[in-house]
Structures are given as C-alpha cells and as structure tokens.
Design a protein around this ligand. Structure first.
Ligand code: B3K
Ligand code: ZN
Length: 869
C-alpha cells in the first residue's frame, strides 16, 4: 500500500547481493491468523558491507538473533529489516508471525478453501519471513511444517521428505529437504486434506520418480488427464531437449484460489484447479488442451527457470519466453502444429499487439518497473517466445539445441541473464545475433511494408521491403531490427518456385536488417504470387497490397495450412475494413461472391484437417480488429463482424448444414481427430445459429450433448445470438452445476459476454449467485473479465454505465486483491482508442481510482502511465 509515491526500479541499477545465503531452515507452526515462522539462515558477506537489508511485508517480527545471541542492532523499515555491524559469516535466526486467513491478496502464505498454500513469485516470500527476496540469492532449503494431523494430514514442501513425527495433542510434523539451491520465489508449502492420484515415471537413465497430484476430496477422477499430460511432458523433454527430471518426487496441488494459472515451485507445483481438473462432463476440449499446455509449461520450467533462474526480475523473459516456446513446441509435437501456430499467432496479433501500443508498452526485457507482478505480460511471455522462435528459425533445430546445451553447461545452478542466453546461442551456432539482440530492448510492433515488381525481360522478381517501428509510450527512438522473413513464391499453377539470387539457390528465410532493402530473385518465368511472413516468422505487422484474387489463390495453393489460414484472414481483414468505412458512410455490410466462394472452397476441401477448417472459418475477434485502428468505432466494428457472419451463414447454409449433420460423433474421446471434428461441427453451429430457421439445432444440441464441449458450443450460440432458448438453457445449466464453481465459470463468462441490452443488470444479479465470489480470482475473471474484454457493445455502452461498473469493482479489488485488479484494468488503459465521449467517461473512472487513499502499487503504476500518456 502506498503512503508516498511508489518508487520505480531500473534494470541498469542492478547490483550483486551484499551477502550469500547457503542454507535455510524454516519451521512453520501453522495457525489461521497467527502462524509462527522460524527462519535460520547461514549467511556470508560477499562484498565489503557489514549491513544486510532484508525484505519484508505484512509481517509481525518477534525476535532476531545472530549466532545464537539476541541481536538488537537492526531497524524495521517500511520495506523490511536492516541489520548492521554484522560479522562476515553468521547464522541468522528470525522468528515472526503471519496471518494466512486474512491474506486475500493470495501472495505469500494464504488459505484456499481451508488448505494452506503459498505463492512466492515474484516477491511473495517477503510476506512469509524477512529474507533477501531476490532471484539471485540461491540457497538449500529444509522445511519443517507443524499442524493438526486430522485437519491437515498432508504437509508438503519442496524436495524430498526426510522426516515425519507424531506430536502431542493430535499434531504432527513433516520435514522436507530440497538439495537444489533455489531462490526464495521457488519456495512452496501446502497443508491440507486431499485426494491423491499417484503414478510413477522412470527417467531415460532409469531413475524412478514418484508422481502425485493432490486435489480436493471427491475430485480424483478429474485428475487423470493432468497425470497423462505430466508423463507426456517428462518424456517429451527427454526426447526433444535431452532434459531429465532431477528429484525423486514431483507433486502438483490443485487449489481453487489462485491468482494465475500455475506455479513451478521446485518439486511442488501449485496449480489453479482450472488447469488440473477435467472430465468430459465438466471440461471442454479447449480445457483439456490448456491443461496439457500448462502442466507442460510448469514441468519445463524445472530446467528453464529452476535449474537456470533469472539474475533479476527484468530478465523474466529468460525463463518465461523460453518456457512458453518449449510448451508451444510440446503441444505442436503432440497435436496439430498448424492449429497451435494459428492460436499462438492470434494471441500475438490481438492482445499482444494491443499491449505493445498501449500505455503499458515495454520491451520483452523491461527497463523500468514499479510493481513486478505487472510485468507477467503477453509481451514478456508470448512475444518473448516469438523472439526465441526467431532464433530457432535463424539457427535451425540442431544448432538451437547445441545452443541450449551450451547454455546449461555454462549456467546450470546459477541465476543468468537474457544476454547469457543469446551469447550461448551465438557461440554454439556461429550465427551473428548482434543486431538481433535489439528485440530484447526495443518495444513496439514493427511494420514491414512490401511492394513487388516483375521484370519480364530479365525474368527477375523484386520484393522491396521497408521496416519501421512506430513510437511507443515508453520509447521514442526506434531502430531497424533483424527480422527473419520467410517467403515462398508460387507460379500460376500453384507450384513453388525455387528461390535463386544471382544464380544461387537461397533459403526461404530472408534476413531483413535495414530500414529499406530489396530482394531480387532471378529465373522467374512469370509474375509470381508471394506468400510472406510464413509461419509468422517474426512478430510484425505485414503490409502488402494483395488483390482478392491473390488471396483466394493462396487459400487454395499455399503449401501449408498456416499460410492458407493467413491468406483467409487477410482477405477477411480487407473486407472488414471496407465494410467499416461503408457502414460509417451509411452503407450496409456486403461481401463479394469471390470472398464467399473462397470460404466455400475451404468448407468443401476434404483434404484439410477439420480442426484447421474450423480455424479458417473463424473471424478475427473484435479486439484484434480494434488493433487495426488508431481510433476504433465500436458499434461499426461490432455490426460489421455480425453482418459478415450473417452473410457467410446464409450463403454457405447448405455446406454448413451438411457438415454439421455428418460430423456427429457417438462417443467422446480427446484424440486429435475427435477434437478436430467437434471443433468444425461447433463452428458450423455458431454460423447456423444466425439463421432463424436453424435455431432449433441449438436447443437440440444442448439437450443431446454428452460432453461439455458440445454443451458449451450450444450455450455460446444461444448467448451470442440472443436466441429465445437462451434463458431456458442458462437456467438448466445453473440448476445442474451451481455447486461447482469451476464448472459455473463457463456460465459466468457467458453472462459477462452476453450482448443483450440488459446484460449489465443481469451481470450484477449474477454477483449474488451462490457460486459467485469476488474473493475468488477465477469467478471474478470469468464474470467481470468477460464483461470488460469480450463484451464490446455493453462494456462500451455510450451511457458509461459499463465503465462506472468497472471502476467500482476495481476499487473493491484494489483493497482485497491488487493483482487481480491490475489484470482487469487493462481495457480501461486503452481509452485513447475510443471516441471523445467515451474517452471522457473512462478518464473519470481512472481519475477516481488514481485518487484512492490506499491505492496499491499495481494499479498505481498502470493508472498513472495511462493518465500521463
Ligand atoms: N512463473 C509463474 C507466474 C508467476 C506470476 C507471479 N505474479 C507461472 C508461470 O509462468 O509458469
Ligand atoms: Zn512460466
């Protein structure tokens, strides 16, 4: 909480720690409002200072002793404890009290539905005890936990269990030891009563690893998919990256109150139950795939994050960008590579590009931070992963893997920097990454503009490329980047033309390094059609004046599915933009038959994976379209997207119906082919629901569905098309699932995104639903998050009621859970994207938040950036 203006930290101010801590012995005597923490650390001075600064927050100090003697030469400050006149080597003992039950911020030690759990990344350990809470202080931890045995039969922490004792009065104690030195942010403790799913994994070198997944009582059968995903992750990391697990046990605990997806604590992952629990009745195919990805992500952190950690938090992308890249590759190797790529690219082009052009714009390695929790962003994670992917494209798999090996050889067991990673890649491959490093320090989305020309006489084809990165809120000076630009050329028949420059065959990945550059290809017999930025080879916006015919041609002839999809998206983008302009000038939404036929072609192409066809038929989201404009006309964009959907539905009605009727499946399985068929069928349903005479399909599907994917597809159709069956369906679902918050989240999200005029009123009533609680981040994100992010019509209603509601909720959350508040506020920060009237209305809400007495650093940082922009 802020009394004075919060202070920013700068990357350039990094200083090595004054002391090292080799070992820590922690004892927790658990109590809801008065947990006693005893921390004994072996400390050694590493520089010349005899002063030791420890971080601490919301802690009640009981005593400090040095080498067994009471120590009084210390001062309690606003941010911790400063000890002075210390010997060069000593044992430090601190005893303090904390209150898990009143910890609603869910950072540090807190209670989730009666179970104790911790979240220490980024700076939560300082809410447990006074400590050097920074990632470059690595210590070996031994943790003893004491609690009532019947209430808390499971007492868990990192590493291996080394001792168990029954104590007086029904208490017991369990002691854990983690042999791998780690920073405090990877510490974890869990205490509770759970059901446990157990299995084992034998590593490729023959070591047995016990696998344990802890879930709320009664949920055991919903943990199977998580276990399968864990085993698949362990196997994949051995096969693709040559990396093996390094402890005797790997535990995952699913909790209901969690600020984000999951946490990679060494040997003891804590997960949001959303990313563990699934069965066909409660989870959709998307949920299943999400579980696989997040289980993989946290497991992969064991090497990229835990074995090699970050020197300081500015280096966060070192572990997050790399681990996202690894989880994306895992999902692509196990499932459909093109569908995975399409979904990842959607995230970059939609919300990540939006972040890059917002007041929160920052490079993947930020320079200045007030609240670290604000920098677990799409830029650090997803763009960070794109930066790793570009290196992978430039080096190729073999050299990239040599780079990984060198990185581990050099940095295993230490805290490293992004520079260390790039240096290892460069040294192992001999590929020059000097200019490439700019991706780490320059924010914003580069625009790559291309024109082409063909010379009949010399049989040469030229691509003239220019790049420019628009100024961002954080940086005014932009330089040309090293952009890998993957290109293919097609002749009139759709054959690939081999790329030759000066008579030599060249790679399809061109290196754009200058502000303006020309690439001349020879031996080209007729004007080709270029397919560019293939596989989205760099996180840039591509500008090229394609004709409709060229795009329709690429939708058919491009060699891979991603390029076909991308051509379809470009074709839609052209017509969405034209229609928005037309609509503003009083016209109506129209689509030329060429466009309709191009999509008919997609539907009729039986050679394509149905999962791909489903993606190819999906329109860009409102948020992605908004990103194409400096100022967006909310109503026009909504109307155009709706209009185009309606036209495609009525023009392609027969094809959609035929597919809908022939892709029905009797049994549920999560094999790729089964998921793919459901995806296509349910995409067809979303279109068909727009046709009045087909609306009975929705109710029929809701009633006959034997799995949550089909149930949700019917509900989504009823909700987004405001069908007359909506009320009945929503009521039925709520009656059935109101006891289960996680399953109700799907219902809350639909209420939040309900486009009906009275949606806000209904939403407020939903906050009184027995399953809803503003204290639970999942519920809040489902209902309120969906309203702010997925309901453009109602959130941006001209009355300003949507903004006022958001402001009220944010003020409440600022006090109870600042991290959740800070995630939710993002749509309001982008107020400059809307018309004057809306800007004013949003500004009023931001001003009110800014002037709050107890404004947390999280919202302070974002709101002040937005208001000063
Ligand atoms: N490392 C955690 C995120 C921690 C977020 C702290 N606010 C999960 C992950 O990225 O795997
Ligand atoms: Zn991560």
């Amino acid at each position: 909480m802020t009394e004075s203006t919060p202070k920013a930290k700068y990357r350039n101010d990094y200083q090595a720690p004054s002391h090292t801590i080799s070992e820590v012995f922690l004892t927790f005597e658990l109590n809801e409002t008065r947990t006693k923490v005893t921390a004994i650390s072996r400390v050694k001075q590493s520089g010349s200072s005899t002063v030791l600064d420890l971080d601490g927050d919301s802690i009640e100090l009981a005593s400090v002793s040095i080498n067994g003697e009471n120590w009084t030469d210390f001062e309690e400050t606003a941010t911790g404890l400063t000890l002075a006149n210390l010997p060069s080597e000593f044992e430090l003992k601190i005893v303090n009290y904390i209150s898990p039950a009143t910890n609603t911020a869910l950072e540090g030690l807190y209670l989730s539905d009666g179970a104790y759990c911790t979240q220490c990344e980024a700076e939560g350990f300082r809410r447990i005890t006074y400590f050097m809470d920074r990632p470059d202080v690595l210590a070996e931890y031994t943790t003893e936990i004491i609690a009532d045995k019947s209430q808390f039969p499971f007492l868990l922490s990192n590493g291996n269990k080394i001792d168990e004792q029954d104590l007086e009065n029904g208490f017991h104690s369990v002691t854990w030891h983690d042999p791998h030195p780690k920073p405090a942010y990877l510490f974890a403790l869990v205490a509770g009563d759970f059901d446990v799913l157990t299995d084992k994994y034998v590593t490729r070198s023959g070591r047995d690893v016990a696998l344990e997944i802890f879930v709320d009582k009664g949920n055991l059968e919903r943990a199977n998919h998580a276990m399968v995903s864990l085993i698949n992750s362990m196997k994949w990391d051995e096969e693709r990256f040559g990396l093996e697990y390094d402890l005797d046990i790997y535990m995952i605990v699913a909790v209901d109150f969690f600020n984000m997806g999951a946490m990679e604590n060494k040997g003891l992952n804590v997960f949001n139950s959303k990313f563990v629990l699934a069965n066909e009745k409660t989870a959709t195919d998307t949920d299943y795939l999400g579980i696989e990805a997040v289980i993989g992500h946290e497991y992969f952190h064991n090497w990229t994050g835990n074995r090699v950690t970050c020197r300081d938090w500015f280096q966060l992308s070192l572990k997050e960008g790399l681990t996202v890249f690894r989880d994306q590759e895992f999902s692509s190797d196990l499932g459909s590579r093109s569908v995975n790529r399409i979904n990842n690219v959607r995230v970059i082009r939609g919300p990540q590009f939006a972040e890059d052009s917002s007041p929160m714009s920052h490079p993947i390695r930020p320079e200045k931070v007030i609240e670290m929790n604000n920098f677990y962003t799409l830029t650090v994670y997803e763009k960070g992963s794109e930066v790793i992917r570009m290196m992978h494209t430039l080096l190729g798999e073999d050299k990239f893997q040599s780079g990984m090996r060198l990185y581990f050889e050099r940095h295993d067991g230490t805290a490293a920097t992004c520079e260390d990673f790039v240096a290892a890649m460069e040294d192992a491959s001999a590929v020059d990454l000097k200019q490439f490093r700019l991706w780490y320090s320059q924010s914003g989305t580069p625009i790559v503009s291309v024109t082409d020309s063909y010379d009949e006489e010399s049989k040469t084809y030229t691509l003239s490329v220019s790049q420019c990165t628009p100024v961002t809120h954080d940086q005014s000076n932009k330089q040309p980047l090293h952009i890998p630009f993957d290109v293919e050329l097609y002749d009139k028949e759709g054959n690939i033309i081999e790329l030759q420059c000066n008579g030599e065959v060249v790679s399809s990945v061109l290196n754009i390094t200058e502000a303006k550059q020309e690439f001349v290809f020879d031996n080209i017999m007729g004007k080709p059609t270029p397919s560019m930025l293939r596989e989205f080879s760099a996180p840039v916006r591509l500008e090229f004046k394609y004709s409709d015919e060229q795009l329709a041609f690429l939708m058919i002839h491009a060699r891979n599915e991603f390029a076909k999809w991308d051509a379809g998206q470009m074709l839609l983008a052209k017509h969405i933009k034209t229609n928005v302009t037309n609509l503003k000038n009083g016209g109506k939404v129209e689509l030329p038959s060429l466009v309709v036929d191009a999509f008919r072609g997609v539907l009729l192409n039986e050679n394509c994976d149905p999962a791909f066809t489903a993606e190819a038929l999906s329109l860009p989201s409102f948020n992605e379209v908004s990103g194409w404009y400096d100022q967006v006309d909310v109503d026009a964009v909504c109307d155009v997207l709706l209009g185009i959907k309606g036209i495609l539905a009525s023009e392609l009605r027969d094809e959609l119906l035929a597919i809908y009727n022939t892709t029905i499946q009797d049994n549920y399985s999560i094999e790729h082919q089964a998921i793919a068929k459901r995806a296509l069928r349910n995409t067809c349903l979303q279109y068909l629901a727009k046709l009045p005479e087909q609306q009975n399909l929705v109710m029929d599907q809701y009633q006959s569905a034997n799995n949550m994917t089909d149930t949700m597809a019917a509900m989504t159709a009823a909700n987004s098309s405001s069908l007359s069956c909506r009320e009945t369906i929503m009521q039925d679902y709520s009656d059935k699932w109101q006891h289960d918050g996680l399953v109700m989240d799907k219902w809350f999200a639909l209420q939040g995104s309900n486009p009906a005029e009275d949606a806000l009123q209904n939403l407020k009533e939903c906050m009184n639903h027995p399953a809803f609680s503003l204290k639970n981040p999942n519920r809040t994100r489902s209902l309120i998050g969906a309203f702010l992010n997925m309901n453009p019509r109602r959130f941006h209603d001209k009355s300003g009621h949507g903004y006022q509601f958001a402001g009220e909720i944010l003020k409440q959350l600022n006090s109870s859970n600042p991290q959740v508040a800070s995630r939710l506020i993002d749509p309001l920060l982008k107020f400059k994207k809307y018309d004057e009237q809306r800007q004013q209305l949003i500004r009023v809400e931001l001003d009110k938040i800014k002037s709050m007495d107890d404004l947390a650093n999280d919202l302070f940082e974002k709101v002040s950036k937005a208001l000063e922009s």
